[in-house]
Each structure stands twice: as C-alpha cells, then as structure tokens.
Write a protein that binds this ligand. Sequence first.
Ligand code: NOJ
Length: 557
Amino acid sequence: MKRKWWQDAIIYQIYIRSFNDSNNDGIGDFNGIIEKLDYLEDLGINAVWVSPHYESPMDDNGYDISDFFKVSEDYGTLEDVKEFIKQAHSRNIKVIFDLVLNHTSDEHEWFRKACDPNDKDHVKYHDYYIWQPPKFDYEGKRQMPTNWRSWFGGPVWEYNEPTDEYYLHIFSKKMPDLNWRNEDMKKELKDMAKWWIDLGVDGFRVDASNHLEKDWTFPEGHPGYEYFSSLPKHHDYLEEMGVDVFLPNDVMAMGEAGGATKEEAIKYCGFEHNEFDMLIHFGHCWADTTDNHLTPGKWAKGDLRVTDIKNSFDRWHQMLQGVGWNLIYWHNHDHPRVISHYGSDKEYHTQSGKMLAYTLYLMPGTPICYQGEEIGMTNVDYDNLEDFRDVEVFTEYNNFKQFGASHEVSMQALRDRSRDNARNPYQWNNNEHGGFSTTTPWMNSNKNYKDINLEQQMNDSDSILNTYKTLFKLRKVLNISDGKMTFLEKDSNDSYIFLNKLEDTELLVVANFRDYDIDVTIDIDFTGFKPLLHNYEKRNVSNRMSLKPFEAIVYKK
Ligand code: NOJ
C-alpha cells in the first residue's frame, strides 16, 4: 500500500467549544483556533480533529445536529471554516471533521417532518427514523416498546403524541436515531459528507460508528446494548460509506467502536478492507472500574489495572501488525483527563505527565493528543452540580440518587469520571479564566489555571509541554509509528516496560505507573542501550532497577 499521510500524522483533538474564544462570548470558535495555529505548528502536530461544529441546539455539545450544512453560530460562519482550512493547510496541518451519522437533533427539519402527520413530506421523513408503537399493560396503560437503556442512562424511547408512537434514541432524547435501512436517508448523508470534502476537509472521525444497525425485532433487554450496538450489518453500511465516499475522494476515515473482535478489527481498519483507515477503540480507557452499586459502570472507580492498559495496547498492535493500521491515544472528550485518571494531578504532576507521554508517544501507530493533555490539564474541581454541563451528568446523577448515593458520593463520581472533566476551557495563561475568554466561559475553568497553563510551561524547559515537543520531534525523526512493540514484565500490575524496534534503532521504555517505589526486572541484553529521556535523573539500565513514583526512563540503541 502506498504510504498515506495519516500514517505519519500526530493528530491533535480540538474540542472547539473550550479551545479558544476569539470574540469573547464565552464560547470557543473557529477564529479562536486560527489564532492558535502557530502554537499547534510549533507543538509539532500535523493534523487536527475538530469536534462537531454544525448547527445544533447543543444538547450534547454539537453531536445533536439540526443542520449538517450550517456552521453553529457559536463557532462562526462558513467563511471562518474556509479560512481555518486554508490557514491550517498553509502550515501543513490536515483537517479532520467529526461526522455524525447515527442520529440527528430532534430539531432537525427531517425529524420535525417525521413527527408531524400533517406535514406534506411526513411519510418520506418518518422512515428516516426508527419508530415503534406503544405496548400496553394489563390496565391498558401505555408502555415503552422495550426496556432498552440509552448510553446516557435513561430509556431509549420517547413518545411522540401526534403519531402515537415512540422513537428510538440510544443517546439523549433530543438525538433520534436514523434508520440506516432507508436508501434515501443514506444518500443524503453521503452527499453531505461529499459537500464537506469539497470544502477541503482531509478526513473524518465517524461518530458512534458501530451503532448504525438495530435489531428490528425489538426484543426485550436491559440495557439491551446487543440489540443496538455492533450488529453485523453495521459493517455493510460502513463499507458502503468507504466505497462511495471515503475511498474515491481519498479522505482519511477513523471510526469509533468498542469491544471489537480480531475479525471485526480487521474489517474496520484492515488494509484490504474499505471501512475505515483507523479505529478509535477503548480497551485501555477504563482500566480502574470496580463493583459499586451506588455509582455503577464507568462511574465506579477502583484500583488501577496496569495490566489491562498494556494488554489492550498490545492486543491492538498485534492484531493489526502488517494487516492494518493502529491508532493510539490516552483519552478524548468522553473521558476523564489522563493525568488525573492514570497519573497524579498534584504531588507528581510533572513526573506523571511525562511518564504518560513517554509511554504513549513512543508506541507505534498514529497518536491523538487531546487538547490540554500536553500541559497536564486536570479533572474539574467543581463543588456544585450546577457547574457541570454534560447532558449525561444529570441523568446519571438522578440514577445515583435512586441507587442510594449521597450528594457527596455522586459529586465525587462526577469529578472523577464525568465527560465534563475533559471539556473545561483550555488554560492558556494565568489571566482570568485561564486566558480562554475575557467573559465568564460556558463552563468554568479549573481554578488551577494559575499554576497549570501553557505560558508558564513555555517558559520552563523542564515542563510537560517541552516533553511533548521533544517526543513529537522524535516520532518523526525515528519513524516511531512503524515500530514493532514487545512488552516486558507484562504481568506486572505496576510497571510499563516495552521495546519498540524501529528501522535502524530500538527504544526501551521503562516506567512506573504507581505513586510509590517499585522494583522491576528487565530481562534483555542491554548492550548498546543509552539513556535518552528521563523524568527524574539519567540512569543506566540494569537487570534489576528500583523506580521512584511515576519514574520513567527511555533508552535508545
Ligand atoms: C460519541 C461521542 O464521542 C460522544 O461525545 C457523543 O455523546 C456520542 N458519540 C453521541 O454522538
């Protein structure tokens, strides 16, 4: 296969709402991104993925789209988008937009028509969505068609009185799911994607890509994910998007899907398959869940299983070796900040930030860096429920209450696990609101912006930021994305040690994921390995080493 630009890319994810506010209305925007392109170029990234920028009532911060062809007024105009693409390209930065194909907003014109039996186009658009008649209990009371639960915590069904039916929404009730069995609907989505490609977009991140097919026999199931996620037929739809849209237009496509088997992984992003080029997978993302009936599922924070993180990265590397291309990242806008999650956001902030950087960015594959990760931005510090913004937070808070969780327990779960942790404003400097805006932002800044901000780290040669810059340079010079990786001490639940064999060199990364000292055994021939990077002090490698909290050392041969 001819080498593609995305194989050498370092992608930077921009959550536009919180990146940089150019017009001081408290919300980030395209001109705000343009203002920071020089910074991004200097950081060493060469592609940006921008979270959804389309017209939206913002129930789910733009993943609920009411017009695919319009730019949200919050973020600017179509002219601003064109200028952004032009300016990014002039710096050799590729542009990746989010493509949301599983649902629209309930305020989308299609859905309005679908709900209204008197609309002249009702029949056509009704079939763009997924409907079921009510069930009735023995007293004749109306019931939902199934007991499936949405990914955001409530039921997946919402009643529409004018048609006396329920519509399906696997996310919020303002996000009705589209019917991928409808050919006209599919054609409209394909045309829409082409329209953005014609504006110069280089790639897409395809949202919720494993949810497109549903089980239309609607069996009961609680939560019932097996009836609306990863059904075999969704691969046909993705293949169709690949063949009709992504491949002929030579745009990169990266999907999003959890829990893939090897066979599926190869379908999603194997070189011989047409669905995507790369896949965002989640095996390493929640490596510390436990059993907790008060705040269950991802909200239940327990001990870290370093082995789960290593196993997931290793599994994907091995599965795709030679047959497809892997994507690596610590977290995105749906997860807690990695430094708070797997590192230390207080005592060992700098050491753990660097350790997490060495361990991720020296692995093979194409990396995605989430905005603020490069300066070690931390989880939110909110004391009040009203400070949170995510639609998911409020449904889940009510669930926790029903399960018997106190307000304090629920608030801690939100501060540890909610998606809002990654969504607060970027901390540019120590001006009010971290320099994000001069007005109160749509979501409060973390008060630690006075200590953790870009300007401060630019002036400190020993900062996390400078480690990121070094690693990004190194990735290019050594072709790190092409390496062959082998983990050592794989069963250790404390250490993270791997070799990355490159064309004419080899890297050995030795790291401690714990906030206490650990002993490690490194069973290889050390001849020729010299220390290259370290977050405490330079040390030669030896068979048995004692590592300080979050200590990490990189050796090169
Ligand atoms: C995945 C996105 O990353 C998430 O933020 C969004 O809420 C859902 N898909 C629904 O679009």
